[in-house]
Write a protein that binds this ligand. Sequence first.
Ligand code: ADP
Ligand code: AIR
Ligand code: ASP
Length: 287
Amino acid sequence: MNKRKQLYEGKAKIIFEGPEPGTLVQYFKDDATAFNAQKKATIAGKGVLNNRISAHIMTKLEGIGVPTHFLKSLNMREQLVRQVEIIPIELVVRNIAAGSLVKRLGIKEGTILPQPIVEFYYKKDELGDPMVSDHHIVTLGWADPYELEEIVGQAYRVNDYLNGLFSGIGLTLVDFKLEFGRLWGPYDELYIILADEVSPDNCRLWDAKTGEKLDKDRFRQDLGDLVEGYQEIAKRLGLVPDTGIVREGNIDEKAMAGLTLIENELAKDGTRLRSVRKIPPSKPYKV
Ligand code: ADP
Ligand code: AIR
Ligand code: ASP
C-alpha cells in the first residue's frame, strides 16, 4: 500500500491526504489533552469511540440538512471527509452553565440557561484560544457577516437536534464546540460546512438522572475512567453492543469492523451535497 501523505498532526487527530482531490482522512488518536495541552494522556480506545460517535452524529446532522464534511467511515480509527478551509473560530453553544462560563462569571454549575448562549473563540493555540466577539471576527477578517450568520444559524439547528437526540437516551447536552469550514463548488460558489468532530471530546454530556459526567471532563477533572464514559454514550446511541467494544484497554477489532460497514450503509443517503445551502460570497476568497 502506498504511504499516505500526512498533512497535519493535531492534539487529538492526524490528517492525511485523501484518495481523491478535495478529500482528507481523519485519523482519531488515543491522545487526550486539556487546558491547552498542559495536561496530556493516552487513553486506549478513545480514538475508536470518538471516530464512531462523530461519524454517527455527522450522518444524522446531514440527514436533517446540516451540511457536514463527513463522507464515509474507513475503519475503526479513520474517516473520509471533505477537505475544507477551516474558519479559525470555535463556536461554543451552552444550554447549562459549566466549565469556563462558571469560572468566568461565577454562575453555579448546572444552572439552566433561559436560552442558549453562543460564544466565539479564536482558534489559536499559541494564544490559548481567546474568547472573541462577532466584531473581532468580522473586523479582523476571520469570517464575513454572511458566513457568521450561516454558522450561528447552523449551530442553533445542531443544538436543537442534539438536545433531542441526547435527551431521548437519558443524556443532558450541557454545551458543545463546533468548527466550520469553507468549500468552493465548481462555479466558485461558497458552501459553509460543519467540520472537525462532534464527540464527547467537545460536548459536555451528563446522565439525565444522576448528573454523572460522561464526557472529557472526566479527564479534565480526574473524575474517573474516560473510556467508560465515552463507551456509555456510544452504547446509548446504539453504536456499540451492550457488552462494549473496549474492555480494559483492549479493542474488539472484529466487532468494530462489522459496525463500520453497517454505518456506511446507513450513511449512503445522507452524505450528498444536495443539502448544502448556497450563500453569496461577499468578496472573492480565492483566486
Ligand atoms: P487541534 O488542531 O486543535 O490540535 P485536532 O487534533 O482535532 O485538533 O486536529 C484536527 C485538525 O484538523 C484541526 O485543526 C481541525 O480544525 C482540522 N480539520 C477538521 N476537519 C477538517 C476538514 N474537513 N478539512 C480541513 N481541516 C479540518
Ligand atoms: N471545547 C472548547 N474548546 C475545546 C473543546 N473541546 C468544548 C468543551 C465544552 C465546550 O466547548 O468540551 O463542551 C465549552 O468549553 P469551556 O471550557 O469553554 O467551558
Ligand atoms: N482540547 C483542548 C486542549 O487540549 C481544550 C480542552 O478540551 O480542554 O487544551
